[in-house]
Design a protein around this ligand. Structure first.
Ligand code: HPA
Length: 252
């Protein structure tokens, strides 16, 4: 059974190198996932791919049905999720083009359906979320990033998850930097905690596509984003291919 899923974000609506075998629209108690699950093989290993923003990239971060996406993957037997995300760089080490494998998250989102333990007949449940990312999966990502060509990787980071869809103000980014955030994105939560609630290991492959608002006194130049996304997602694909090629049976 396929145990590894890749959630593709902005700029990664399809997985390069994936030989597609079938597509399946999974029904969940939370409604429809962003799109059908794409089953296939990468380097001869079974992988499921899900485009977070839909196949045509029409679902904004605050409208993604995170509950349905994570539930759907879990319901078909997925045990490990690599989540690809485009992010802004806050820390000076996290420049455009770098890949960051975060080890912590701070949640600044609001109003999103963010738990499977939402009352009703079930007893109240509080999961431990001290270390939000799966260490085995993080190590696999780090090893893949180091073996992939032309990839510069930052081995740790704190992902600040904002609500969007607007980008942040310079003061918001200053506050996030003071909080310890090194990168900023809009999809890291509640995706990570929903995976944790279902016992699915989850790690993030973050691609820095811009300097965050106000870094070096500059606004975000949105005209430069498409080229940065395309170059960044090429690097992400090289890392994913290396990770899957190297994975052992415990992940695939
Ligand atoms: N802020 C929030 N989300 C993002 C950014 C950013 O600067 N860049 C890419 N996703």
């Amino acid at each position: 059974m396929t145990k590894l899923a890749i959630i593709g974000g902005t700029g990664l609506a399809q997985m390069q190198g994936l030989t597609v075998t079938r597509r399946e629209m999974v029904k969940t108690p939370f409604g429809a996932p962003s799109c059908p699950l794409v089953y296939g093989e990468l380097h001869g290993k079974p992988v499921v791919f899900l485009a977070r923003h839909g196949s045509r990239h029409r679902i904004p971060p605050h409208r993604v049905n995170y509950c349905a996406n994570i539930w759907a993957l879990h319901s078909v037997g997925i045990e490990h999720i690599i989540a690809v995300a485009a992010v802004g760089g806050i820390h000076e080490d996290c420049q455009v083009g770098k890949i960051v494998i975060p080890d912590q998250i701070i949640d600044y989102t609001s109003g999103r359906a963010n738990t499977f333990f939402d009352g009703g007949d079930e007893p109240v449940e509080h999961i431990d979320f001290s270390y939000p990312y799966g260490e085995v999966l993080r190590s696999a990502l780090l090893a893949g990033a180091k073996s992939a060509e032309d990839v510069q990787v930052v081995e740790q980071g704190v992902y600040g998850a904002t609500q969007g869809p607007r980008l942040e103000t310079a003061a918001e980014i200053r506050r996030m930097a003071n909080d310890g955030c090194t990168i900023v994105g809009m999809t890291g939560m509640p995706e990570a905690s929903l995976a944790a609630e279902l016992g699915v290991s989850y790690a993030c492959l973050a691609v820095v596509i811009n300097a965050a608002a106000g870094i070096d006194g500059k606004a975000v130049n949105t005209a430069e984003l498409p080229a940065a996304i395309s170059a960044g997602m090429d690097s992400a694909s090289r890392v994913l291919n290396a990770v899957v090629a190297n994975t052992d049976a415990s992940i695939s």
